[in-house]
Design a protein around this ligand. Sequence first.
Ligand code: SF4
Length: 367
Amino acid sequence: MPTERLINALQSYGVRLADSRAGAPSRRGGAGPSDHKAMTIAGRTVMVPVHTEAAFDSPFLVRRPDADGVSVIEHDGVVIGQATFPGRPRFYALSTFDGVPYSKIAVLHGRDVLATTVLQTCIRYQNRAKTCQFCSIGQSLAAGRTVAHKTPEQLAEVARAAVLLDGVKHMVMTTGTPNATDRGAAVLCESAFAVKAAVDLPIQAQCEPPDDDRWFERMKASGIDALGMHLEAVTPEVRARIMPGKASVPLERYYAAFEAAVPIFGRGQVSTYILAGLGDAPEAILEMAGRLVGMGVYPFVVPFVPISGTPLESHPAPGPDFMHAILKPLADMLAQANLRSADIKAGCGRCGACSALSTYERAGVAA
Ligand code: SF4
């Protein structure tokens, strides 16, 4: 099976792990996709669901690692590949000067990405009617696995250690939305400024479009190299159903914000996250992707993962054929436009671990 199809299938079905202790600790809850474990397959480090309902019944089983740390992957009992697991990061053993474990400030994503949610609270998460139905930003906070507000000093300290001890290559800073004005841009600016003062690490910041486009200049001046403003869903009906609060920001505001941000951060350095499998047809996602690519925005399309404890925990994940119908033409579209994940300075598009998209990009280049 080609690597991109294998990764696609593993991300759709999830896997059963013979040894759940293998590799770095898996992510449970938190902002964005969760309930995954990082594993490396054919040189690509990807996040594969392991704690979802579907994963418990997955036809894929990852065996216990051998003495060299290599695990075989079986499909219905037939060996189809092998995987290794990135190890537990060394910076997880440390605590900040004020006594907070580093792992509550930021975590390792994929193989070499430091990820943090600066504000673990969100105006949209206050009640079930407004919350994004896929999101579990409050779960890890309630479980005590993180702190509500990571200070600039804490972030700088952890980022420096993660670079020195674990060789992280870039950083993702996301945030819950604190207000309906700057929408988190201000706290991202102060965080990025402190990290950049401590260590030379490319940073992607992620937030909703702020009310004033001048924030993009300020973000860039603070040391933010790349920007993510995440659509999640692309049609008005699905947006209203899946993220009733966030859908109050109209698509037109996103388009205007993309237009304003691309000249500041550069073509391909502004991206958006699109969750496939929530109701948008492949054609609708590809149509939106075409519009975004035309603006110089990288559309990072990711299979939806139903996270335990969220309103969508029983919603099915998209099948591999559904994802293939999007990712293959999308990779071709990106190649034609000369937009490459590898050229993104920092962030989810560069990491690529939550989707097979970048593997499709490479497969297209190789072909
Ligand atoms: S794609 Fe983004 S959310 Fe997924 S592992 Fe990489 S940095 Fe984290």
